[in-house]
Design a protein around this ligand. Structure first.
Ligand SMILES: [Zn+2]
Length: 592
């Protein structure tokens, strides 16, 4: 390409909507919205911040974090190579940019995701940065504004990415308790673990025109259902029609809408406090004043991240009893005991409670009151089945939004009645169907995760079979997390991971190994507290002995929790999930 041609290319841009050739400066003046067809081009985080905040008001929050490759992930490329490339191409340290600023004179803390950086994926660093931003909002008693753009949780950090959904959610829960407004602005695209946590469990959810949001992506849904998707599926208008967002906003109106919402809530807070809203003085001494926002944003991010050596667990340090892929197959074995089997063998006097009180009773989630060694508990679990007919009847243990809302109802009921909650997790994942998306799967999961982070009663979770991503976490934010020896717990299925990061799905066994989804691995990473050994062979070879061991483990872990005051429980649970924000808690030997 000649220099002139290159220069011409820099000056012009082709609209993805109508293919018009647009003068780049004109496009930028129009906020990157095509003047011909209205297509909203994706924005990087720095440009988004420029458009939203008052000029000169932005104070970037630190993005200094230890270099992290917490599970030593390698697909066709080592993960650190992918990180380095993303940093070089975006000039950002991570997939989120965080700052305090004012919007129309109202102080806010903002976290803005950038899809260009590894698909805006949520890993430990992104989770930590957003959590710190939420904590800053709490300290300063100001609203939190999140702008989301993400494909979901970051596969390369395994289950630790999944934990970030809980870490950020509990920071949002703290803002909710403090009466501070949280707003998320969905932009295109917002999917997976981000959709099923902080993108939808905020007080207000705005969708920018052109945004698409959902728990499962269109490709996955087409693959699972074998059906063409309805016109406009998961678009902003679809979300509005199905009651999942407060409003759809054109980019040019976004700032104005935020100003109006911030003003209204501020007026309410001031009225409660008995004094009129007074513009807050920025304590200049605390923060470095920067010449202007552009200078702040232009600062190179590269070296910022490389502070501490990566706490990569060495490959092969585990005396692997069973290969990860064999464990996956064991966890999915049709004869493996189900939640209803355990309710029969481990608990007594189970009384099932049905329904979400909103219009459905999902058969993939069973729950109710039962006794464990004479003590009353609320048990909630995913139900699969042994025969094809049973599996179909229970939707293969894939909960619908109604299932998650039933679980939520039972958790809250348990807290009101002073009953501890025991959850049994066995799901390939949440239902990835069209109607699940229409009924708000992402928000249903997000609300469960948030509620569990602050539920004022003991919560004990056991991964008994498959712990499939957000659907598993929706029942697994707990004081203690146990895992049966041949269960698996993962941010994505090995097949799904292989399809994305390897040339094809036949790499599922390699993906299973790379994801560190076995009980011993997760115990070392601190995601799981205790491994419950299975009888020789596996759980299904001796269900009675499995039940006996599970019962003993449940009692040993539950009884000490019963003596802890609820406020202390919640505090300790928060600490448990807060520590996943960084990998500092895991040293080279993998011992916390
Ligand atoms: Zn256009």
């Amino acid at each position: 390409m000649t220099a002139i041609a290159r220069r011409e290319e820099q000056l012009w841009s082709r609209c993805a909507g109508c293919a018009s050739l647009l003068y780049r400066k004109r496009l930028r003046r129009n906020l990157d919205v095509c003047p011909e067809c209205g297509e909203h081009a994706r924005l990087g985080a720095p440009e988004r911040l420029r458009q939203l905040v008052d000029p000169g008001s932005m104070r970037p929050l630190s993005d200094l974090l230890p270099e992290a490759d917490p599970i030593g992930f390698v697909d066709v490329l080592p993960y650190p190579h992918r990180l380095t490339a993303a940093r070089a191409s975006t000039g950002l340290a991570e997939a989120v940019v965080c700052a305090t600023a004012t919007i129309g004179g109202h102080p806010v803390a903002l976290a803005v995701m950038d899809f260009r950086f590894l698909g805006g994926s949520l890993g430990c660093a992104v989770g930590e940065l957003i959590t710190r931003t939420a904590e800053r909002a709490l300290d300063d008693r100001i609203p939190l504004v999140l702008v989301t753009a993400s494909g979901g949780a970051r596969m390369q950090e395994g289950a630790l990415s999944l934990m970030q959904m809980a870490t950020v959610s509990q920071a949002i829960a703290a803002l909710r308790e403090a009466g501070l407004l949280t707003v998320s602005v969905l932009t295109d695209p917002t999917y997976g673990g981000v959709a099923a946590s902080f993108a939808t469990n905020t007080d207000l959810v705005l969708a920018e025109s052109g945004a698409r949001m959902g728990f499962a992506g269109p490709r996955v849904i087409r693959q699972v259902t074998g059906r063409a998707l309805p016109e406009g599926f998961q678009t902003a208008d679809f979300l509005l029609r199905h009651g999942q967002v407060d409003m759809v906003v054109q980019r040019r109106s976004l700032r104005g809408r935020l100003v109006a919402l911030l003003a209204a809530t501020r007026a309410g807070r001031a009225a409660r406090a008995g004094h009129p809203p007074v513009p807050r003085q920025e304590p200049a001494s605390r923060r470095e004043r920067l010449a202007d926002d552009d200078a702040a944003l232009a600062r190179p991010a590269g070296p910022a991240a490389a502070v501490a050596p990566s706490p990569t667990p060495e490959a092969g340090q585990t005396p692997a009893v069973r290969d990860a892929w064999d464990t996956v197959r064991m966890a999915r074995h049709p004869a493996r005991p189900t939640t209803l089997d355990y309710l029969d063998s481990v608990f007594d006097g189970f009384v099932e409670l049905h329904g979400d009180r909103l219009g459905g009773d999902c058969p993939a989630i069973v729950g109710g009151v039962a006794r464990l060694a004479g003590r009353h508990v609320m048990v909630i679990g995913h139900q699969k089945g042994h025969t094809t007919a049973e599996l179909v009847a229970h939707n293969f243990g894939m909960a619908s939004p109604a299932g998650h809302r039933k679980a939520l109802r039972l958790m809250r009921l348990a807290a009101r009645l002073g009953l501890p909650v025991v959850t049994l997790v066995d799901t390939p994942g949440a239902d990835p169907g069209v109607s699940a998306e229409e009924q708000g799967q992402a928000a249903a999961i997000a609300e469960n995760i948030l509620t569990l982070t602050v539920l004022p009663t003991p919560v004990l979770a056991v991964i008994t079979g498959e712990g499939g991503s957000g659907g598993a976490l929706a029942l697994a934010v707990a004081d203690r997390v146990l895992m049966l020896e041949n269960a698996v717990y993962s941010v994505i299925s090995p097949e799904g991971c292989a399809a994305i990061l390897w040339p094809d799905r036949s790499a599922a066994p390699q993906a299973a190994r790379a994801l560190r989804l076995t009980a011993p691995d997760l115990c070392r990473l601190g995601v799981v507290d205790e491994v419950v050994p299975e009888p020789s062979g596996a759980a299904h070879d001796d269900p009675a002995e499995t039940a006996h061991r599970l019962r003993a483990a449940l009692l040993a872990n539950l009884l000490p929790l019963l003596d802890v005051p609820p406020a202390m429980l919640v505090r300790l649970r928060r600490q448990r999930f807060r520590r996943f924000g960084t990998t500092r808690g895991v040293n080279r030997a993998g011992v916390r």
